[in-house]
Design a protein. Structure first.
Length: 452
């Protein structure tokens, strides 16, 4: 308090009070009259002052985002470093935290410049892109909170490649006949697994004019594919045979079937040759240490009209088909072949023939040196159907486990000798009959023979 000047008889004292907490300066003035009492006059707050707010500090983080990549199923952790700094040099107190359980940090807080090890743990996480957020806060920082995205990409592993692939021969079928024809036509589909795996396969078609003699099998085998043109119009008809096998890298495998029915020309007196052949199939057998089996012949003749001009082809390296006059000679070379069953086909093609092409299934059984060429002689009662075309013989090493026939016999023969049977093995047999329309009977009674 200090004395101030004033009018006569009046004393003026000024009181100055400082409130440092509120940073305010308040001046109060009191006027006192000596001659008489007078009320105190408060002139009130005549000024106020505030201190300047200190300049804010900006914190920085590097990098501004994290990206991690690993294969799905990885259990190895991955770490990158977050650098934190204050360019102005201010010693900020900062904290850092994340929002997921697969991101961990080696420190949670610090002062001034510093580093944080950011680690991701991919163990147990699914393939795909996963995101999280690291948040950095500091009291007094103008850009607090500061957020750093974390991205973890887990790539799915490539599907394992299947162990083996199925192969078929031929890869497509083509049949030709005149419109109005009622005769069925048959070709053979040979199925094999080059890797030697005994794959279980099934075969289906998508039309009612294609029929198959079997619907499935195991390992190598053959399927007789028959087309029935009766009642179909002239033109090109297509179907698809689909072969599936669990574990095959190329399953499903599709084999196109094309049937071309040609319209008869008006007043056409041209000849119509037809391919006829005997026998309808060939079977060879030998041992790994034995010699090549003897060649076999197929007789070709024209059962239609006009002239039959034909050619022959085979589809296996171990099979050779040669043409001489009206005969095809088939020979096999077992060189380089391991013990097993091999299937192929000989194809007869004749331009203009009503039933071209025709295929003859060929099988070769190569047994190991431990195999004894034992035989089983089968005999049965003749079928009395008038349209009987022949019989098919089925063989298996388990009761009811039949695949493709081991022999297709033409005519009303009533016996068959099954050769190449192995020691210590029991074989089961059934017989079926088939007619000229391709229809096949059910199995006969089952018989068996054990080789000891």
């Amino acid at each position: 308090m200090r004395k101030e000047g004033g009018a006569a008889g009046v004393r003026v004292w000024s009181h100055v009070r400082f409130d440092f907490k509120q940073l305010l300066c308040i001046l109060y003035v009191t006027a006192l009259v000596t001659t008489q009492s007078a009320p105190e006059i408060a002139f009130g707050q005549i000024s106020s002052m505030k201190t300047n707010k200190p300049t804010s500090t900006t914190m920085t983080a590097s990098p501004t985002s994290f990206n991690f990549t690993a294969p799905a199923g990885s259990t190895a952790s991955m770490t990158q470093t977050l650098a934190i700094s204050s360019p102005a040099g201010g010693a900020l107190n900062w904290t850092v935290y994340d929002d997921s359980n697969w991101v961990i940090k080696n420190v949670g807080e610090g002062t001034g410049n510093g580093t944080v090890a950011v680690t991701v743990l991919p163990a147990g996480m699914k393939p795909g892109t996963h995101t999280s957020m690291i948040t950095l806060t500091a009291s007094g920082a103008s850009n607090s909170p500061l957020r750093i995205p974390v991205t973890l990409t887990l790539t799915a592993a490539a599907a394992p490649q299947a162990a083996s692939a199925l192969t078929v021969s031929p890869t497509s079928f083509s049949f030709t006949a005149p419109a109005g024809s009622t005769a069925s036509m048959t070709q053979t589909l040979a199925i094999s697994s080059p890797a030697g795996g005994a794959l279980n396969w099934t075969v289906v078609d998508d039309s009612n004019w294609v029929i198959k003699n079997v619907g499935g099998g195991t390992g190598n085998g053959t399927v007789a594919v028959t087309v029935q043109p009766a009642g179909m119009k002239a033109g090109t008809h297509t179907s698809m045979i689909t072969l599936t096998a669990a574990g095959a890298s190329n399953s499903p495998l599709q084999v196109p079937v094309t049937l071309t029915l040609t319209a008869a020309a008006q007043n056409n007196t041209a000849s119509q040759p037809t391919i006829s052949l005997t026998p309808a199939s060939l079977a060879f057998s030998t041992t790994t240490s034995g010699s090549n089996p003897s060649a076999q012949n197929i007789a070709i003749h024209n059962s239609g009209t006009g002239t039959l001009t034909w050619s022959v082809a085979d589809n296996a390296n171990w099979l050779t088909a040669t043409q001489a006059g009206t005969t095809v000679t088939a020979s096999v070379n077992k060189s380089g072949l391991a013990a097993g069953t091999y299937n192929a086909a000989i194809t007869i093609t004749a331009s203009g023939a009503t039933n071209t092409p025709q295929t003859i299934p060929v099988s070769l059984v190569v047994t190991s040196n431990q195999t004894v060429n034992q035989t089983a002689i089968l005999q049965w009662n003749a079928n009395k159907e008038q349209n009987l075309s022949g019989y098919r013989v089925y063989r298996a090493t388990s009761s009811g486990g039949y695949g493709a026939p081991v022999a297709t016999l033409q005519g009303n023969v009533t016996s068959f000798t099954s050769s190449g049977l192995q020691l210590g093995t029991t074989y089961f047999f059934v017989i079926t009959a088939y007619d000229s329309q391709g229809n096949e009977s059910g199995w006969s009674n089952e018989v068996s023979k054990s080789i000891f």
